[in-house]
Design a binder for this molecule. Sequence first.
Ligand code: SF4
Length: 398
Amino acid sequence: MPRHPRTTVGASPPPPVGGAQAPTSERSPSPVGATRVATRKSGLAPLPQNGTPASIAPALLAWWDRHGRRDLPWQREPTPYRVWVSEIMLQQTQVVTVTRYYDRFLAAFPSLRTLADAPLDAVLHAWSGLGYYGRARHLHRAAQRVRDSHGGELPLDFGELAALPGIGRSTAGAILALAAGQRHAILDGNVKRVLARVHRIERPVTDTAVLRELWSLAEAHTPATRVAHYTQAIMDLGATLCTRRRPACERCPLAARCEAHAAGIAAQLPARSAKRARPQRAATVLLVHDGRGRVLLEKRAEEGLWGGLWGLPEIAVTDEAAAWCTQFIGQPPARLARRPVLRHAFTHFDLDMTPVELEIPAPAPQARDTDRWLWYDLHAPARIGLAAPTTRLLHSLL
Ligand code: SF4
């Protein structure tokens, strides 16, 4: 099969891998508890003049002791490796979704070394459906680095941990707090929301100055003892009571001191940045199959949309599907059918895919470049990484 340039979606460059965001700052945190927040920039509510605000930790811990979550799969045996995998999966993904994948992933890769030694295809296969595949690639790359440079043990030094691919400041803090009881602050989406409300921070939390302020608050509130419980407690509060749309303030342990609640504006915070028009992109994807369950897949470039996964070949112009088939398969399609457009929402844009089904006379020719091309057998599927829309389209042929 001849090679041809890789096609890309639309004309603009792809977003960060899999639509996922790069981790936040890689800086080392300042010593927790030593933070002094004297005055805020205009637009932010003032803090007490004498420095660190009274910590929300006692009230949160008392609440967590009665209502906190203790039965999450990664809480059963919170080793650094297991906590690390959970924290990466939980980036931009809710607990309820992660619990569907976590045990299966840990069964496939029970230790850091098994993860490091596995082929990337196997890792992406276990991650398939969880989205933001850059996380899986970073996890795999970081495991290999830990195997090669840290004797196979996840480092428990903040700087070394935060230097690994896919581990930013908040994730490193969470791993060290939850798995090693080290005193580090975290600032994931839940924590940002809780702190923005408790302190009535009305500017968008994407604002750099506000982020700096939130980190200072997160550090100031983190207690000296029971750090793992506190870290879990503030995440639990954000996930169960201080939710984005309908905060349950009447049941909240922080209600008495929550400034947003007192002002009756809890549900309006955190403020969102001004909305920009959502970009749209379009692509034509080719469902080339032999009528016997074998479908042509192309391995996508490592960096970029659905990087490292196997996907359907893409072309820029829908009307050129038949010509593509003749040129690259070596024979014209026996049947061609254009399917309805499928929309897939990524973090920063929508992708409209026009699938074109091309049935070729059986048997399907053997792909020559097997690192890039694969005849995927629907009746004996290979263990490879597939994006959810690809899986849906493949299943539509069954
Ligand atoms: S009182 Fe309401 S807004 Fe404030 S932290 Fe609790 S749930 Fe969130």
